[in-house]
Design a protein around this ligand. Structure first.
Ligand code: NAD
Ligand code: MG
Length: 386
């Protein structure tokens, strides 16, 4: 039993976190759960802790500490609270692999702590690489820590690259479903409300990434994520809209050959792949059925309508702190949209204005990234008050 891989799930109450726990529950002979963390959802965290008996749980919202502590008083689970506790637990020795499943910038510091602590990371939290990809990847190389992508597109690219050694990549092609507003124009989007944007055709995900998928910002963040994960120049990273979400992404090599990874859209597949890597383990997930008539289609993204994607491409090419500014203002804008404070098209407006306003830094230090993030957030928030 002691060869179980010990998993720390940061963001265990989210879409990625809960699906990771399903994978682990189905493979309890291979994995154990050592750390679970949640932002505010104490009920679910308690339920998960009782079911998986981890070493440690963290509830970030300190007002919920006593409730969690009381509920777990008859167990051996240690309970910590507060933002700092995320970093302290990431620095612990009791686990073998961190699943970075926190959403947004909040995932950066704990993920960096895991790397500094020599722990491999299964990375769902793309914002970490968007904000400070050069620093994260540099530290991972120095610490010889593998970063295994969980994002389905990057898992696809990673899988396409297995066995390719030093073979040169001509381009990687990220597939995008196009989201719920594929084919729509600004005159439609101007009236779009929260509930409509939260209905993704193919994937069921957390609110922030679902809005990002509707604005195509998600694909822009993923282009930047790909740059860092696979050490690619910006011009080799392309996006194609593929509404069926069967091909999860592709790699084209120098000889023109294209490798693609396919499967039904189910995040449990890339999550399981990352947790079990380098092994593949059996699963009973539904299989793609070639007997059913189906067509796979591809089209160019509409960069004029989905301004967020063109802003992200601009940030990808510009580099420096620009992706960090893009991400920070987007987070503020998305949460404002989710609270019905701004319209759908205002999101890219806020991102663009922030990218123009905050000072560009070509080679930021970690502290400069953190400062850029804070400045961008403050500026973006000031636009809402207007
Ligand atoms: P979610 O909103 O469902 O869950 C987020 C998790 O992070 C929750 O456990 C929450 O408690 C925690 N969290 C939120 N804010 C926090 C904070 N300030 N401090 C600490 N913890 C906090 O999000 P999700 O859809 O699971 O996405 C998680 C990450 O994975 C995102 O970066 C997303 O882009 C990425 N991702 C998600 C999917 C998906 O299918 N959901 C697919 C690919 C990539
Ligand atoms: Mg993705």
């Amino acid at each position: 039993m002691n060869d179980l891989k010990r998993i720390a799930i940061f963001g265990s109450t989210g879409s990625i976190g809960t699906q990771a726990l399903e994978v682990i529950a189905a493979n309890s002979n291979k994995f154990s759960v050592e750390i679970l963390t949640a932002h505010t959802n104490d009920d679910l965290l308690i339920q998960q802790a009782l079911a998986f008996n981890p070493n440690v749980v963290v509830i970030v919202d300190e007002s919920k500490y006593t409730r969690v502590k009381d509920a777990l008083q008859h167990t051996n689970v240690k309970v910590f609270a507060g933002e700092k506790a995320l970093e302290e637990t990431a620095a612990m020795d009791c686990y073998d692999l961190m699943l970075a499943g926190i959403v947004g910038y909040a995932g950066l510091k704990p993920t960096l702590c895991a790397i500094e602590n020599g722990k491999p990371v299964a990375l769902a939290n793309k914002e970490t690489l968007v904000v400070a990809g050069d620093i994260i990847m540099q530290r991972a190389i120095e610490m010889r820590v593998p970063i295994i992508p969980v994002d389905s597109e990057h898992s696809a690219i990673f899988q396409c690259l297995v066995g390719e050694g030093r073979n040169k990549i001509e381009q990687v092609i990220l597939t995008a479903s196009g989201g719920p507003f594929l084919g729509k124009k600004p005159n439609f989007l101007v009236n779009v409300k929260r509930d409509h944007a939260l209905q993704h055709p193919n994937w069921s995900m957390g609110a922030k990434i679902t809005v990002d998928s509707a604005t195509l910002m998600n694909k822009g963040l993923e282009m930047i994520e790909a740059k860092w994960l696979f050490n690619l120049p910006a011009h080799k990273i392309k996006v194609v809209v593929h509404p069926q979400s069967i091909i999860h992404s592709m790699v084209q090599f120098e000889d023109g050959s294209i490798k693609a990874q396919m499967g039904l859209p189910d995040m449990k597949l890339p999550i399981q792949y990352a947790l079990a890597f380098p092994q593949r383990i059996p699963s009973d997930f539904p299989r793609y059925d070639f007997k059913k008539p189906s067509t796979l289609t591809f089209e160019e993204p509409d960069l004029k309508t989905f301004r967020n994607l063109s802003l992200a491409i601009e940030a990808l090419h510009k580099g420096g702190n620009m992706p960090c500014l893009l991400n920070a203002s987007n987070e503020i804008a998305v949460y404002a949209f989710l609270r019905n404070r701004i319209g759908f098209l205002d999101i890219s407006e806020m991102v663009e204005r922030t990218m123009q306003k905050i000072k560009f830094i070509e080679k930021p230090t970690l502290q400069e990234y953190l400062d850029s993030d804070a400045e961008a957030r403050n500026f973006a928030a000031s636009l809402i008050e207007l």
